[in-house]
Design a protein around this ligand. Structure first.
Ligand SMILES: *Cc1c(COP(=O)(O)O)cnc(C)c1O
Length: 369
């Protein structure tokens, strides 16, 4: 297999994770195996993986220039990181964060396993100061759904407690828009359920690291907890990832156009999109990211009831949670447990690859009715 170094990410997305052996199938097939004939390296798939997982790991590892470890879901990958923390660990995590991570951290705090502190994502100085004593700095950037971009280079360059981990949840940006390991992070985390899979038909997670010890710890955690990815899921995630660059390009162009029009819509009070000049962290998004991503969040005038009504009325845009699929979806995020910090009328829109004029017509009709 050719080294990713010599290829652009667009080419690697298509070429990575494939065998070059004469006679090998062009696509790494699904290998539904729990055990292998003894005498070679692979013995049992929970410990040693399968060729289907390896193809996905090779593909995504190449994108982040690290080693990827695939898991059963994004939360399984995230839990593996937390599992490796020392007893009584000090965790720092952002004010705006995926609710599953918040739930995991708060549950551990309640049981006295670790102590945690929330810091505003945009407060770079507080993150840099916390780095001196924290065992785990958990950053989600851009954050979801408020779309705040953390200064990853500054946090990555901070003096840190020896042995500590800086982990960046890179799900929203994808490795095409942002590469945390290049900015000083130890770990880049993906819910491959979102953009990498890209079709809302699987659950899968990926952790990418460069440090050999950390990679071994992640593999050991996967093995011991049994957080193994499925054969079908890793096959579909690899297949989905092949078109990531195309999907992102179209989704981002659509999102930019919709965000600009939403800003002028009389039923919308406020629009957050990284590509809008008025966005709070637009400037850092411009330097740190290679694209403005496909999520928009906007506050519907009239609050929760009007926002719910708009979500129910849209037709091309499906009323559903999650993001990063080819299909556009939206939901009122404050209705989700653990998201009480959001304005009640905040709608998160995941922009897909449909015709932009039809998306706008649908949105306009849903908001105006
Ligand atoms: C969805 C999501 C997760 C969790 O991933 P699952 O695959 O659903 O377990 C973690 N972080 C972010 C930012 C997400 O959007």
């Amino acid at each position: 297999m050719k080294d990713r170094d010599s290829w652009s990410v667009e080419s690697w997305l298509v070429a990575g994770g494939r065998s070059t052996e004469p006679g090998a199938p062009l696509n790494t097939p699904m290998v539904p195996a729990s055990a292998f004939v003894l005498g070679d390296q692979a013995e049992y798939s929970r410990d040693d993986g399968t060729p289907t997982w390896s193809a996905l790991e090779s593909l995504v590892g190449g994108l982040e220039a690290g080693q990827a470890v695939a898991f059963a879901s994004g939360m399984a990958a995230i839990s593996a990181v937390f599992q490796g923390l020392p007893a009584g660990a000090r965790i720092v995590w952002p004010d705006d964060c995926y609710q599953g991570v918040t739930g995991l951290i708060e549950a551990g705090c309640r049981r006295g396993v670790w102590a945690a502190e929330r810091i505003a994502l945009g407060d770079t100085q507080a993150w840099v100061a916390a780095a001196e004593t924290a065992d785990l700095l958990w950053v989600e950037s851009p954050s979801n759904p408020l779309l705040v971009v953390a200064d990853l280079a500054a946090i990555g360059a901070a003096d840190r407690k020896p042995g500590s981990i800086l982990a960046v949840d890179n799900t929203l940006a994808t490795p095409l828009n942002q590469r945390p390991l290049e900015l000083g992070a130890d770990l880049a985390i993906h819910s491959a359920t979102k953009h990498i899979g890209g079709h809302s038909d699987l659950l899968c997670g990926i952790a990418v690291a460069r440090d050999a010890h950390l990679i071994e710890e992640l593999r050991a955690a996967r093995e011991l907890v049994g957080a193994t990815p499925g054969t079908l899921e890793t096959y579909l995630a690899t297949r989905g990832a092949r078109t990531l660059a195309l999907r992102l390009e179209r989704g981002q162009a659509n999102a930019q156009a919709l965000a600009e029009r939403l800003e002028r819509h009389p039923s919308v009070e406020r629009v957050r999109y990284l590509g809008l000049a008025g966005h709070a962290t637009h400037a850092i998004a411009q330097t740190q990211l290679d694209g403005f991503c496909t999520l928009i969040s906007f506050d519907v005038a009239g609050g929760a009831a009007r926002a719910d009504a708009a979500c129910r009325r849209s037709r091309l845009i499906r009323h559903a949670t999650s993001f990063g699929g080819v299909e556009s979806t939206m939901e009122r995020r404050a209705a989700v447990p653990g998201q009480g910090h959001l304005p009640p009328g905040l709608v998160r829109l995941s922009v897909g690859v449909e015709n932009v004029e039809e998306l706008w017509a649908d949105l306009d009709r849903a908001l105006s009715a």
